[in-house]
Design a protein around this ligand. Structure first.
Ligand SMILES: N[C@@H](CCC(=O)N[C@@H](CS)C(=O)NCC(=O)O)C(=O)O
Length: 212
């Protein structure tokens, strides 16, 4: 397998975390910053993109679904962290509720990334009504997610794709100083539990630079 990504991308990190949890190895095509539009790895001009043999996939949620369905047997090769990685994207008995949570997290993450990408041009919530709306959307999504999460994460007993999908963009939010997001007790606690997970530690947004 080969994964095209940037270290910073919260969408790519979600996929990297799942690959780490599954104990799957892959070739990494890393380019930090935005890739040139002339030679993107996929038509959306965005990362992550996964190549697995002849198959090329983009959109992080789709890639994660593919990995869970294609490599279920890889799970025991993971690091044995508890709770275990969920074998599904959404609990079968709560499919539509969980998919709604995932969709809300994806929308929230897109607004966080937009806020970040506009920062260098000085387009911020203070200067742009639309960026103020993006910020309001992030806060509204987080308020709603706080009503959905439990003291054991989004799916008790599991380290779920919902937990991973939530963690990656808010960790990016902190690392890039996008906006303050904390202040919701259950989401704060979930974040603090996730950050010590080996798969999270193994996928830093800003990996240490090699000397020389
Ligand atoms: N919905 C996509 C979003 C991917 C995405 O926006 N990736 C960002 C990096 S965090 C990117 O490559 N952006 C390129 C661009 O904005 O042109 C997914 O879940 O994979």
């Amino acid at each position: 397998m080969k994964l095209y990504f940037s270290n910073g991308s919260p969408f790519a990190r979600k996929v990297r975390v799942v690959l780490a949890e599954l104990g799957l190895t892959y070739e990494a095509d890393i380019l930090d910053g935005l890739r040139p539009t002339s030679s993107p790895p996929g038509p959306t001009i965005a990362v992550p993109v996964l190549e697995d043999g002849p198959l090329r996939l983009w959109e992080s949620d789709l890639i994660v679904d593919y990995l869970l369905r294609t490599y279920p047997a890889a799970r025991p090769a993971g690091d044995g962290a508890q709770p275990p990685l969920s074998p599904w994207v959404a609990r079968p008995e709560r499919h539509w509720q969980d998919m709604t949570v995932l969709a809300t997290i994806a929308t929230c993450a897109a607004s966080i990334v937009n806020l970040r990408l506009m920062q260098p041009d000085g387009i911020t919530p203070a200067s742009s009504a639309y960026m103020a709306r993006q910020k309001a959307r992030v806060e509204s999504c987080l308020d709603w997610l706080e009503t959905q999460v439990t003291d054991e994460g989004f799916a008790p007993g599991w380290f779920s794709i919902m937990d991973i999908s939530f963690f990656c963009p808010v960790a990016f939010c902190d690392a890039r100083g996008v906006m303050p997001w904390r202040g919701r007790p259950k989401l704060d606690a979930l974040f603090d539990r996730c950050r010590t997970r080996p798969s999270m530690i193994a996928t830093p947004i800003d990996p240490p630079r090699r000397p020389g």
